[in-house]
Each structure stands twice: as structure tokens, then as C-alpha cells.
Design a protein around this ligand. Structure first.
Ligand SMILES: *Cc1c(COP(=O)(O)O)cnc(C)c1O
Length: 387
């Protein structure tokens, strides 16, 4: 096998060399507990606070509005459990979210519904964008929390976050966005979007795995999800993952510096692949966003008629190309992606979907290689297809 091409950057990213260097150096010297008052603790605490300030700058918020968690999944869970507490305290209330959120929200919604919390889910159109009219119909003074993701991990669709935030606030609801896929690809601003809560995760923007970021605007309700020590002013217990938090801060700084250039580069590769596939492979449907302003720049989701996505994935893998079948969490279960189905895609087509997601370390040569390898794979699979 010659080359290895990683086109699964929406699942996770390779750490940036700058991050690897910074954490390698730090982890050989800094080992104190960041909560300790002695010099070892203070040294560790400085790394955590450096990271917090880089992240606050990237997200356009203040440092005391940032809480570190174990990942975006925990950050999302925390926000929904805050809403649950508020609803239980009031004795009434409702959450409004969408049908296309990440499983860390979809499954939390399932749990909340089983536990008597009323949750409504706004449907999406074919381009993966939520139906704003349906959202407005679902709104009312009893809505406690509205949660709509910034950019979708499968279709790449970007939602009108500023507009949704305004709608939520006009009904007196709190507004949360899961911006995990958007960080480092488009500008995300807690201030401009008037957010109450935001979740994201370092490993999706070239940082280490296991560090999540939860923004909570000054003064909004906050109940801890993980109880214990007084870390993060009592908002999230547990010894600081000092070195990885530090690495996340370095990654945040890089994300901010490279934002515009990275956005353009990713879009060029995505478009070259999309055009190349449409030119060389018949019977293909491009899923999700079409219009650049509503697209995460590096995401391309495509359905191939009469082929199983899993078969394509395995054949590409044999050729050193790593992709996803749309939903990482559906892998192994052979269930088609709920996100694609929510957009109204035919079940058969959803079974034949592949997600290509570009990142900082991909080049146009990777696109050319995929366009050499992919068409004969589809042709061969269709020739042996029983469908
Ligand atoms: C990856 C991802 C998450 C989960 O992040 P973890 O840090 O892995 O828990 C949540 N939301 C979206 C949109 C994601 O892409």
C-alpha cells in the first residue's frame, strides 16, 4: 500500500505539530495538580489559564465564561441537564432542539423524554438546514432552552445561529449551540450570536482528545453535571487534564490565526472532489448543503445509487483512504444515518452514502488520488450488486 489519506476529519483530527511540541515539552516538566497552592500547582494552573485565555479570544467571550469538560458530549449533556433542572424547579417548561443534532444530544433528548421532560425537535429541509417556520411554530413562552447545532458533522449544513438565537430570546428562552464542527472552519462568536451556552471539543480542531469547552454566558443558570471538587468554581469537578487543556489552548490559537485561509483551502478541495465525482461517476446524489455560505467548507456527503456505503468504505480503506459512512455512530449497526433520513433522503440512497471530510493536512493531491481510485471501485461494486 502506497499512500495513506485521512479524509475523516469530522470524526477527529490529527494533532497539529505545534500542539505536539508544546505538550511534549510541558508534560515532562509540569505535573502538579492545577488546584494545589504550591509552586507545582501554580505552574500547572498557569497552563490551564493560558489555554482559557486563548479559547476566550477564539470564541469572543471572557475567560470566566469558559468551563473545561471531558469533551463536547459532556458539555452538551451539562446544558440539557441544566434545562431539566430549570423545568423541574418551575414545574413546567419545554426544550426545543432539532432532529439532526449529534448523538450526545439526540440520546440525551431520548433520556429526558423517558424521564418526563417535554422536548420538541425541529425538522430540516433537504439541504440540511432547519425549517425556521417550524421552529417559530414550536416556540412559546414555556420554552426554557433552544438548542441548535452550528454546523452538522454529516451534511456540513450551517444553521442560521444568530437568527435562531434572536427567536429563542424573543420568547425568553435560553439559547445553546453545539459548535463542535464549526470551530476553526468558520467564525464563531459568542458575542455576535448572543449565545447563552456553546459546546465544542479540542480534538476536532487539531488539539488532543478528551478536552471539551463549555461556554456559559455570565449570569445564566449553571448546575454542575459532574459533582465533587471545587474545580472550575464548582462547575465541573475533577482534577484538571492540565497538559491536554494546554494543548487545546495552543490549537485554539492556531485555529484563530489560520481561519480564513483554512476555510478557503478546505472549500477548494471539497469542491474539486464534488465536481470530480459528478464528472466521473454516474448516479450520484450530493447530500446536504449546496450553497457555500451554508456549508462547512471541508465536508462532502455523497450517495452512490445501488452500492452499500460500508462496501465503499472498506474498498477505499484497502486503498489507504479513510472516510466515513455518514454517521460514525451508526458504524457497525448498518443503520442508515438518521441525519440524512431527517433531511428526507430515500433509505436506499442513505445506505449508499459516504462522508469525505477534509482537514488542515490534506492537499489537492489527495483529491486527485481519490478521483483515481473511487470511480473503478464504484463500478466494480455496482457490477456485483444484487440490488
Ligand atoms: C464530535 C462531536 C461531538 C462530541 O465531541 P466529543 O468531544 O468527542 O465528546 C459533539 N457534537 C458534534 C457536532 C461533534 O461533531
Amino acid at each position: 500500500m502506497g499512500r495513506l489519506i485521512y479524509l475523516d476529519n469530522n470524526a477527529t483530527t490529527q494533532m497539529a505539530p505545534e500542539v505536539i511540541n508544546a505538550i511534549s515539552e510541558a508534560q515532562s516538566v509540569v505535573y502538579g495538580n492545577a488546584s494545589s497552592m504550591h509552586s507545582f500547582g501554580r505552574e500547572a494552573n498557569k497552563l490551564v489559564e493560558d489555554a482559557r485565555s486563548n479559547i476566550a479570544s477564539l470564541l469572543e467571550c471572557s475567560t470566566d465564561e469558559i468551563t473545561f469538560t471531558s469533551g463536547a458530549s459532556e458539555a452538551n449533556n451539562t446544558v440539557f441537564m441544566i434545562a431539566k433542572s430549570l423545568i423541574e424547579k418551575k414545574g413546567s417548561g419545554r426544550i426545543v432542539t432539532t432532529t439532526i443534532e449529534h448523538p450526545s444530544i439526540i440520546e440525551t433528548v431520548k433520556y429526558l423524554k423517558e424521564n418526563g421532560i417535554h422536548v420538541d425537535q425541529v425538522p430540516v429541509a433537504r439541504d440540511g438546514r432547519i425549517k425556521i417556520d417550524e421552529l417559530k411554530k414550536l416556540m412559546g413562552p414555556d420554552v426554557v432552552l433552544v438548542s441548535v447545532m452550528t454546523g452538522n458533522n454529516e451534511t456540513g449544513a450551517i444553521q442560521p445561529i444568530a437568527e435562531v438565537s434572536e427567536i429563542a430570546h424573543s420568547y425568553g428562552a435560553l439559547f445553546h449551540t453545539d459548535a463542535t464542527q464549526a470551530i476553526g472552519k468558520i467564525k464563531v462568536s459568542c458575542k455576535d450570536w448572543n449565545l447563552d451556552y456553546l459546546s465544542c471539543s479540542g480534538h476536532k480542531f487539531y488539539g488532543p482528545k478528551g478536552v471539551g469547552i463549555l461556554f456559559a454566558k455570565k449570569g445564566v443558570p449553571f448546575m454542575p453535571f459532574v459533582h465533587g471538587g471545587e474545580q472550575e468554581h464548582g462547575r465541573r469537578a475533577g482534577t484538571y487534564n492540565t497538559i491536554s487543556i494546554y494543548g487545546t489552548g495552543i490549537a485554539a490559537k492556531l485555529a484563530q490565526e489560520n481561519l480564513d485561509e483554512e476555510n478557503r483551502r478546505l472549500w477548494k478541495m471539497r469542491e474539486a472532489l464534488r465536481e470530480g465525482i459528478l464528472k466521473t461517476v454516474p448516479h450520484v446524489v450530493v447530500n446536504g448543503c449546496q450553497d457555500q455560505q451554508f456549508c462547512l467548507p471541508g465536508t462532502l456527503d455523497v450517495s452512490f445509487e445501488n452500492v452499500e456505503g460500508e462496501s465503499i468504505l472498506l474498498m477505499l480503506d484497502m486503498n489507504g483512504i479513510a472516510v466515513s459512512t455518514g454517521s460514525a455512530c451508526a458504524t457497525g449497526s448498518l443503520e442508515p444515518s438518521y441525519v440524512l433520513l431527517a433531511g428526507g433522503l430515500d433509505v436506499e440512497l442513505a445506505h449508499g452514502s459516504i462522508r469525505f471530510s477534509f482537514g488542515r493536512f490534506n492537499t489537492m493531491e489527495d483529491v486527485e488520488y481519490v478521483l483515481e481510485v473511487l470511480p473503478p471501485i464504484i463500478e466494480r461494486l455496482r457490477a456485483i450488486s444484487t440490488r
